[in-house]
Design a protein around this ligand. Structure first.
Ligand SMILES: Nc1ncnc2c1ncn2[C@@H]1O[C@H](COP(=O)(O)OP(=O)(O)O)[C@@H](O)[C@H]1O
Ligand SMILES: [Mg+2]
Length: 241
């Protein structure tokens, strides 16, 4: 096994998804290394959400395979992928609106560890990191959309995943909150691998180690910031306008 393979956390082989006639994801061969921060960009409808949904098992692939942490997880259900170390937050928030901020994070931790006591410290810790500690007893449904996204991020972090997948996490955040988010993700990368779908190019350019560009379900370019910014195909398809 060479170094690249040893460092690989997740890879896909010809991963594909068809929705009645629409090929949302087409034969994608994707690879992410341990402790990498990867940005996945592309126009609306490119297949980004579908692609990461295939990774975490929310939808079933039409064809192809997903390997994670040395195992073929293609047929694993969502819960098994979560317990194996894949955490995610999605564009549509999945928090319990009638529970408090505290209770939502507690549930996320309990799901992972089965523990019910001595989790206060962990809850305070992750809420502090995302900047929601002062809202710990607030009803989650009363938070702004941006803060609900931050709560989801805290819930994802509390599960200490090996791979954290974030689908447009900065949507609805203010500029200072986005700055905090960038700092947070940078600091996470010593212990976690991050796959980030992001429209805010400033966020992408300041935190991503590597960028993958998805266009009509295919990865049309991949590389560091310079490579992506200077790629004529990417400029035409995405950055140009
Ligand atoms: N559940 C679904 N049923 C049918 N078509 C879908 C479904 N989810 C996504 N699509 C289609 O797949 C394509 C990719 O969508 P999506 O993955 O949401 O793109 P992105 O996240 O890049 O904006 C779009 O054409 C979208 O309309
Ligand atoms: Mg999407």
């Amino acid at each position: 096994m060479d170094t690249i393979e040893k460092n690989t956390l997740l890879y896909t082989e010809n991963l594909s998804k068809n929705f009645q006639g629409i090929q949302a994801v087409k034969n994608v061969n994707f690879k992410i290394n341990k402790n990498e921060i990867r940005a996945l960009i592309g126009p609306n409808g490119a297949g980004k959400t579908t692609f990461v949904s295939l990774l975490c098992g929310r939808i079933k692939s039409t064809n192809g395979a997903v390997f994670f942490d040395g195992k073929d997880i293609s047929n694993f259900p969502v819960y098994k992928r979560i317990s194996g170390g894949i955490g995610y937050t999605f564009q549509i928030t999945s928090i319990f609106l009638n529970l408090t901020v505290y209770e939502n994070v507690a549930l996320a931790i309990k799901e992972e560890t089965g523990k019910t006591n001595s989790i206060d410290k962990e809850i305070s810790n992750v809420l502090d990191k995302v900047g929601l500690l002062d809202r710990v007893n607030q009803r989650s449904g009363d938070l702004s959309y941006g803060h609900q996204r931050l709560l989801e991020l805290a819930m994802g972090m509390a599960q200490r995943p090996k791979l954290l997948i974030l689908d447009e996490p900065t949507q609805g955040l203010s500029d200072p909150e986005i700055d905090n988010f960038k700092f947070l993700i940078k600091s996470l990368s010593s212990s976690t691998t991050v796959l980030l779908i992001e429209h805010n190019m400033d966020v992408v350019m300041s935190i991503a180690d590597k960028i993958s560009v998805l266009h009509f379900g295919e990865i049309i370019a991949e590389g560091d910031k310079k490579t992506i910014q200077n790629d004529p195909i990417v400029q035409k398809a995405y950055l140009g306008d």
